[in-house]
Design a protein around this ligand. Structure first.
Ligand code: NDP
Length: 511
């Protein structure tokens, strides 16, 4: 009896979902000894019908993910540039939940795939949830959200064969060459991080920090891994994809369970609006970084992950992050890719989880009061009871005072035809070339880059391969020609079925 008391689950009487206690839980009710089952067996119907509805829509991107909880602590005062409550004093702590993910693969896909990694942080601040929905790369493939759906189509499956398709993949990237900087990041070994603990996360986009006096600065955010950046090479990543497809998920969970809490140092790069006007790089172009030498990293705080979830589906799968979830003191900018994300993330959460997704415990802000939002599927928080569902003088609501001092950008101009941000020029290759030189300072990294690209590109249509050599040639002439040699060599081998002995043997058996 004493042992039972220590384990409350053994004291629970098993019931149907409507609470009726059940005695024969592993057998259906049947007619006679060997006859058909009965429709009146509610326990059976209840169980099957719930099982049939277990899956919710998979995220179109970032489907495979892991997550954890932790806290963020301010280590440096930034109140001169940001009035957000979570930064109000050094030592202030804010609880966080994070979700880390690959992007292109489905829910069961391998963690070690070459892919950017999503790394979203939900800060439960006193003034609402702030979601920093970052990636492990500081730039992105495209700079206008209108291209996002078609870009993602090309990175997923061919609509006819339902297989991954190197031609589609490279056809898009080489005909939208603003992607080059991110392609360089992705095909460096950072495209296959050793673990979720050993990678950074960046806002990528430029945001605005608003100070208490109403002035604003442009910022880019960096969460740099205190564990260091560690990566897999192609051979290691390929091996893990079959040996342990959940490698990163398992590593994060087990490290936290062991008490080895991973942490990240949070920095911001800060640009004054006056300087932004003269800056070489368009600060609303997410394919560009701000060079560290010109805009140094300013430390803000430290985030530590120290608690695993109890239930993956409830807490991690249902975690709904969105760049539109901002708090006073942090605002979006005109970055067109960010503007598209501001719409798209909340839209997909409403589709995936329903209109009341903010009521799911992991998503609940500390103090939300939005009584004009009523009803809808799964309104489980009491639905604001008898409070007015409109702004009523009979029971007035208080509002946060308007900050009269707040400065704003001024936009003047005509609505242009939708093309002004898409032209690709030599300027788009400058930072990609910069990264090629960064790789040159790290032993073996340029060689690994060539292996990583060629082992993927060889599967593409010859016209697309040629376009790719030209594109990489604009980064560095030698890079273009070395890639051509390496890739065409694999093409030759592949045509002789020499690249993978087992695949060649199995292909022969299908004939
Ligand atoms: P710096 O020499 O000052 O910075 C180089 C930065 O590159 C490092 O601080 C590191 O960023 C990042 N880096 C190092 N190795 C790799 C790698 N294998 N793959 C991807 N990134 C790596 O020069 P710049 O600031 O002028 O940047 C040069 C290039 O570095 C950029 O064009 C960009 O591709 C890349 N980079 C720049 C970042 C920035 O914010 N300026 C951020 C990340 C990459 P970190 O410390 O963030 O890991």
């Amino acid at each position: 009896m004493a042992a039972q008391a220590a384990n409350p689950i053994q004291q629970r009487v098993y019931t149907t979902s409507s609470g009726r206690p059940i005695s024969y839980a592993t057998a259906s009710q049947r007619l006679g000894n060997n006859g058909p089952i009965l429709l009146q067996d509610f326990h059976l119907i209840d169980l099957l019908a719930h099982f049939d509805r277990e899956r919710i829509p998979e995220r179109v991107v970032h489907a495979k993910g892991a997550g954890a909880y932790g806290e963020f602590e301010v280590t440096h005062d930034i109140t001169d540039i940001c009035s957000a409550d979570l930064f109000s004093e050094v030592g202030k702590k804010t609880k966080v939940a994070v979700r880390l993910s690959t992007v292109g693969g489905e829910k069961g896909s391998a963690d070690s795939a070459r892919d950017p990694r999503g790394f979203a942080i939900k800060f439960y601040t006193e003034e609402g949830n702030w979601d920093m929905v970052g990636n492990d790369t500081p730039v992105f493939f495209i700079r206008d959200g209108v291209k996002f759906p078609t870009f993602i189509h090309t990175q997923k499956r061919n609509p006819q064969t339902n297989t991954k398709d190197a031609t589609m993949f490279w056809d898009f990237l080489t005909s939208n060459q603003e992607s080059i900087h991110q392609v360089m990041q992705l095909f460096s070994d950072r495209g296959t991080p050793l673990s979720y603990r050993h990678m950074n996360t960046y806002s990528g986009h430029t945001f605005k920090f608003i100070a208490a006096d109403g002035s604003f600065k442009y910022v880019k955010m960096h969460f740099i891994s205190d564990q260091g950046n560690r990566t897999l090479n192609l051979e290691e990543a390929t091996h893990l994809a079959s040996a342990n497809p959940d490698w990163n998920t398992q590593d994060l969970f087990e490290a936290i369970a062991r008490g080895e809490y991973p942490s990240w140092t949070f920095y911001v790069q800060v640009l004054d609006p006056k300087d932004a006007e003269k800056f070489r790089w368009n600060i609303f172009d997410v394919t560009k970084v701000w060079p560290h030498s010109e805009v140094p990293l300013r430390p803000v705080g430290k985030m530590t992950l120290n608690r695993n979830c109890q239930n993956y589906f409830a807490e991690i799968e249902q975690m709904a992050v969105a760049p539109a979830h901002l708090v006073p003191g942090i605002e979006p900018t005109a970055d067109p890719m960010l503007q598209a994300r501001l719409f798209s993330y909340t839209d997909s959460q409403r589709h995936r989880l329903g209109v009341n997704y903010q009521q799911i415990p992991v998503n609940q802000p500390l103090h939300a009061y939005a009584p004009w939002q009523r009803d809808g599927q799964y309104a489980i928080n009491g639905n604001y009871g008898a409070d007015p569902n409109y702004p009523s003088p009979l029971k007035p609501i208080t509002y946060k005072p308007v900050d009269v001092n707040q400065q704003h950008e001024e936009w003047v101009g005509r609505a242009l035809n939708p093309q002004n941000f898409n032209e690709v020029t030599d300027e788009d290759f400058v930072q990609a070339t910069g990264l090629w030189h960064v790789l040159g300072r790290q032993e073996g990294q340029q060689a690994n880059f060539i292996t990583n690209v060629s082992s993927h590109l060889f599967g593409a249509d010859p016209r697309v391969r040629q376009r790719a050599y030209e594109m990489f040639g604009r980064v560095d002439k030698q890079l273009g020609s070395k890639l051509e040699v390496a890739t065409e060599h694999i093409v030759q081998d592949a045509s002789k079925n020499k690249t993978d002995e087992i695949v060649a043997r199995l292909t022969a058996r299908t004939k």
